[in-house]
Design a binder for this molecule. Sequence first.
Ligand SMILES: [Zn+2]
Length: 90
Amino acid sequence: MEFAIFMVILYFLPTITALVLREDPLGIFLVNFFLGWTIIGWWAALIWAVASYKSLQVRNAPVSSGRFCSHCGTLAPPGAQVCPNCGRAV
Ligand SMILES: [Zn+2]
């Protein structure tokens, strides 16, 4: 009996993983339920469950931060040839 319970838990391991890790476990459950008996379907469901789906949001990425003046430390805008504060070349 314990072996049967273990096998059921093992069979639905992708769904259990999806329930823990993801917000949309329905598709993984369907693949797991209908295709899990094929080894490929089980692995596909498991990989889908653990794969990250949230796109990483990058905020405040430095596109071009300009250059700091070596004399006064002011940040010159990108492409500037002279410091906006002291007028020296950057
Ligand atoms: Zn300066």
